[in-house]
Design a protein around this ligand. Structure first.
Ligand code: ADP
Ligand code: MG
Length: 237
């Protein structure tokens, strides 16, 4: 359903050129969970931004269901962001004083607000927030906030979810719980997930993984990532 073709995005910073995304081609099928592993600065967020159409690439294409998103009208792009894509972004995007329910319903609020908040309740229940729906976000734990963010992204039943470091603020056990829930939802809703992460354990939840290094996409191979104690990093490759 999603394909990127030779995507390139460079930033000019002073006299330097930062090659944030360098010739990235990948594809994701409906219902597929794909991890994009890479350290901070490797280009993950830029790549997700290009897929969402928040920035235009210098060259290359983002193809959704056979269409280049660069050809979308403003209305089609808004529609794409509302109905096709769900974005699990930074927790700072949540409204701290609003309830979990209101935060989760944000993308549905074009209609009747009472109806919107009712619509997200089953999803919040499914995510284990049934008893916490009326709590303001600033009274919730990080794990609970992350679930609210997931509920917000999934409320419009998107077919493609872009998750940018969704476990960045969580300990190991809570990260696993969140990733497990994301995987279950990916399966039950047949939605594609593109997960950006610098956490090697998160990669294990995906059907398929790539590694980004300095904007370039590589096949993910754990041997490149883990340096065993007492062993020098491999010079191979
Ligand atoms: N708006 C910007 N202007 C200049 N450089 C940027 C901008 N956004 C990102 N970068 C640079 O591009 C590279 C990739 O960043 P980013 O996509 O945020 O990586 P990641 O999400 O993997 O940490 C980094 O070197 C970062 O400093
Ligand atoms: Mg990032």
């Amino acid at each position: 359903m999603l394909e990127t073709r030779d995507l390139v995005k460079h930033y000019r910073v002073g006299l330097e050129t930062v090659r944030a995304v360098e010739s990235v081609s990948l594809s994701i099928d409906a219902g597929q969970f794909v991890a994009l592993y890479g350290p901070s600065g490797s280009g993950k967020s830029t790549l997700l931004d290009l897929v969402a159409g928040f920035q235009a690439p210098d060259s290359g294409q983002v193809i959704i269901d056979g269409r280049d998103i660069a050809t979308f009208s403003e209305r089609e792009h808004a529609e794409y962001l509302r109905n096709v894509v769900g974005i699990i972004g930074d927790l700072s995007e949540l409204m701290p004083a609003a309830s979990a329910r209101e935060n989760a319903a944000l993308k549905l609020l074009r209609g009747d607000p009472r109806h919107a908040t009712r619509l997200v309740e089953p999803l919040l229940e499914e995510l284990g927030l049934g008893a916490r729906m009326d709590q303001p976000v600033n009274k919730l734990s990080m794990g609970e906030r992350q679930r609210v963010m997931i509920a917000r992204a999934l409320a419009t039943q998107p077919r493609l979810v872009l998750a940018d470091e969704p476990t960045g603020n969580l300990d190991t056990r809570r990260s696993r719980e969140i990733l497990d829930q994301l995987r279950v939802l990916c399966r039950s809703r047949d939605m594609a997930v593109l997960l950006a992460t610098h956490d090697p354990q998160a990669v294990g939840f995906a059907d398929c993984a790539y590694e980004l290094r300095d904007g370039r996409l590589h096949e993910y191979s754990p041997e490149d990532v883990f340096v065993r104690p007492g062993e020098a990093p491999s010079q191979a490759g």
